[in-house]
Design a protein around this ligand. Structure first.
Ligand SMILES: [Zn+2]
Length: 145
C-alpha cells in the first residue's frame, strides 16, 4: 500500500518565522500592554495578577519571568491552542497567509514517516532549548536594562 505524506523543511520554517511578527498572533489572544520596546501580558500559562509575560518583536519570541516558559510563535501556538507541531504550522499558514513548502514523499510505510516527523520536531525543540540560555534569556535580560 502506498501512502502519501508531507514533511516540512526546517529551513523553510525558519525562513517564515523570520518574516512574520509573533505579536500579530498573540495580540489577538491576549491583552497586550507596551512598556518600552517590549509588550507585556498576563501569562496564559500560569495564574498571575501582574504581567510577567513579555513579547519581544525584535527577537520574535516570548518569555515569562513567572513560569519561565519561552519560545517562538510555534511554541506559543502549540501550548496556547493545545495542539501539535503540524497543526501549529497550519495555523501559522492560515493566520499569516503564508505557505511553508512541503516536500511530498511517497512511502510504503507510513509509520516510518511519522517517526521521522516526530524526530524532526524533537530536534527542533531541543535546538531551541539548548540555545535558550545563550540567546533568549540573555537578550531579554539585556532588553530590560
Ligand atoms: Zn507564565
Amino acid at each position: 500500500m502506498i501512502y502519501k505524506n508531507s514533511l516540512y523543511n526546517i529551513n523553510d520554517i525558519n525562513y517564515i518565522l523570520e518574516k512574520i511578527n509573533i505579536l500579530d498572533y498573540i495580540k489577538k489572544k491576549l491583552y497586550i500592554k507596551k512598556i518600552g520596546n517590549n509588550f507585556f501580558a498576563l501569562c496564559p500559562f500560569h495564574n498571575e495578577k501582574h504581567p510577567s509575560f513579555i513579547i519581544s518583536e525584535k527577537l520574535n519570541k516570548y518569555y515569562c519571568f513567572g513560569c519561565k516558559t519561552y519560545g517562538n510563535i510555534i511554541n506559543f501556538i502549540i501550548y496556547y491552542e493545545k495542539t501539535n507541531f503540524y497543526n501549529a504550522i497550519k495555523i501559522i499558514e492560515q493566520f499569516y497567509n503564508v505557505n511553508i513548502n512541503k516536500k511530498i514523499y511517497i512511502n510504503d510505510n507510513n509509520i516510518i514517516l511519522y517517526k521521522y516527523n516526530y524526530i524532526i520536531s524533537k530536534i527542533y525543540n531541543n535546538n531551541l532549548i539548548n540555545n535558550i540560555n545563550n540567546i533568549i534569556i540573555n537578550n531579554f535580560l539585556n532588553l530590560k536594562k
